[in-house]
Design a protein around this ligand. Structure first.
Ligand SMILES: [Zn+2]
Length: 555
């Protein structure tokens, strides 16, 4: 390597150093904050999307997206829609053709004049082609053509021009034309089915409450459609490949009781109907509003080695998967995370509420086992990942589907429930839901709702568990002083992170009964003494397993 010899003035040295610092800043600070597209100058209010598919469901022969847009800030001159690589045929704004630029995942529409805040624009985009992603055009497990939306986290823009961030919620109407061999299902209520030219039918669905873009889907295919026998909460139907017809009723049996439990625990079901679909998704289940898609091998799990649910006679993992996706209808779909850092408000809630459903349907032991497995999955993740749940840095959104947002998030809720008690916890959850339904929420919104319901200051808890990394690693020991008849309890917190403030229950068995004491850590070392009538026989830290923790014996 050649050495560079530079003669620099003081001013230019300063400039060079400044540039080096600027260029290296993300590496030096380690704080490369993720850039998220948040609502700023405009937002979508409603999408009306018409899609015509070819006979074999291999391409969109023509499509039109009419988008109602609300201008928020003065001086907006460009509507910058997210849009993938399909071919744009024309664009109009308020019925006048408009100039546009379509490059690199963006469709920029130029406004002829800036509109005032609160004005509404009607944007219309016609387009066609084969979407690269988002609408999956593939054969179902029986080899029949199918077209199924699968948009998480931001893949809607591959087939619909949109504002592709979960906070940009909007209502949507789908009008889907396909060969009459197919059934079509989408979000919302089926308004009508029309027979159209050339052995086609057009299906019109409308979702009347705003949903996040990653939940906007259609599913087209030669489905067997079955109706649930007991749709107590909302119309409930199943769309499965023909070969799954005989498994669907039993396989989806947990759906109706899940709907009932969550309705009773939280609030009425938020959408017009619920369709459970078996088809193309890259996930085990995808919680699209009112139209959940499950992986094609869902019912093959019945042959697996997993524990079988004694209530539903299918693998317990399938029971919790179905109730997880149904819980998302309230948490994630109706109350949507305002940023990707708040994703645990979707995944942690769905994971915990699936546990609550097990607790209600299969009993306390099944729930305890579920929470234990959840903790183990988190600990495996935490061995190599020491980041907060509230993750502002991870760029690859798929990597947010992790032990923090799912399992640790569920445990955060479990600990809040244990700390606040069932009454205050569920009162707070219901208030949180009520205040943010059909809208968005942040982690702070949840904290405030639970504080109002309980009167407890939860800032220290959230600081440790949501905004801080890791979990407590307790080193626990005790000594009995027979002269003073006092037990001395000693809890050290060994984790690298600051102390966790969770109160700790200690159960002391004296041979003549059990006494419980509560330790309240205010630093990494907690020492407290309690009087006892007789010597302890056994002493247990957190006997009811209410804290997500590791424990080592004291020295
Ligand atoms: Zn989920």
């Amino acid at each position: 390597m050649k050495r560079l010899c530079l003669v620099l003035s003081r001013g230019s040295i300063f400039r060079v150093v400044s540039w080096i610092v600027l260029l290296l800043w993300p590496a030096i600070s380690g704080l490369a904050a993720r850039q998220e597209r948040l609502i700023d100058g405009w937002r979508p209010v409603h999408y009306s999307v018409s899609i015509t598919l070819d006979d074999q469901l291999t391409t969109i022969t023509n499509a039109r997206a009419e988008i109602t847009i609300l201008v928020i800030k003065p001086g907006v001159t460009v509507i910058d829609l997210d849009f993938g690589e399909m071919t744009v045929d024309s664009v109009s704004i308020n019925n006048a053709s408009a100039e546009f630029e379509h490059t690199a995942g963006k469709l920029n529409l130029k406004l002829r004049q800036p509109f005032n805040p609160q004005s509404r624009l009607n944007v219309s985009v016609t387009y066609h082609g084969k979407p690269k992603d988002g609408l999956i055009l593939t054969n179902d497990k029986d080899g029949n053509p199918s077209a199924v939306g699968d948009n998480w986290p931001n893949r809607l823009h591959h087939w619909i021009p949109c504002f592709d961030h979960p906070s940009a919620k909007a209502t949507i109407t789908f009008s889907v034309t396909a060969s009459d061999r197919n059934l079509v299902v989408a979000n919302g209520r089926l308004d009508r089915v029309q027979t159209t030219a050339g052995a086609s039918r057009t299906w019109i669905y409308s979702e009347r409450v705003p949903i996040p873009p990653y939940c906007m889907i259609i599913a087209v295919g030669q489905f067997a459609k079955l109706e649930s026998a007991k749709p107590a909460v909302t119309p409930l139907s199943y769309y499965v490949p023909q070969s799954d017809r005989k498994f669907a009723m039993q396989g989806f049996a947990p759906a109706s009781p899940s709907l009932k439990v969550f309705t009773q625990t939280v609030a009425p079901y938020p959408y017009e109907k619920l369709a459970l679909i078996v088809g193309a998704t890259r996930y085990g289940g995808m919680e699209n509003s009112g139209a959940i898609v499950f992986t094609s091998n869902l019912f093959a799990r019945r042959n697996s080695a997993q524990a079988i649910s004694s209530v539903f006679n299918i693998p317990r993992g399938t029971v919790s998967l179905i109730s997880h996706e149904i819980a998302h209808q309230w948490f994630g779909d109706s109350v949507t995370e305002s940023t990707w850092s708040d994703l645990w408000l979707s995944e942690g809630f769905a994971t915990y509420f699936a546990g609550l459903f097990l607790q209600k349907s299969e009993g306390e032991k099944a729930f305890q086992d579920y929470m234990k497995n959840t903790a183990e999955t988190y600990f495996r993740y935490a061995r190599n990942n020491r980041t907060p749940i509230f993750d502002t840095e991870t760029e690859d959104l798929n990597r947010l589907l992790n032990g923090n947002n799912y399992q640790k998030g569920a445990w955060v809720l479990h600990m809040l429930r244990s700390t606040l008690g069932d009454q205050a916890f569920f009162r707070g959850i219901r208030a949180y839901y009520r205040n943010h339904k059909n809208a968005t929420a942040s982690s702070e919104d949840l904290r405030v709702a639970l504080e109002r319901a309980s009167g407890v200051d939860l800032r220290p808890f959230f600081k440790s568990w949501v905004y801080g990394a890791g979990h407590p690693h307790y080193q626990f020991s005790w000594q009995w002083d027979p002269a003073k008849r006092v037990i001395k309890l000693n809890v050290n917190q060994l984790q690298v992170e600051p102390y966790f403030p969770n109160p700790l229950t200690i159960a002391v068995d004296t041979g003549r009964g059990t006494r419980q004491f509560i330790l309240k850590p205010v630093s990494k070392e907690t020492v407290q003494e309690f009087r006892l009538s007789g010597p302890p026989v056994a002493v247990h830290l957190d006997p009811n397993n209410q804290v997500l923790k590791e424990v080592s014996p004291g020295s």
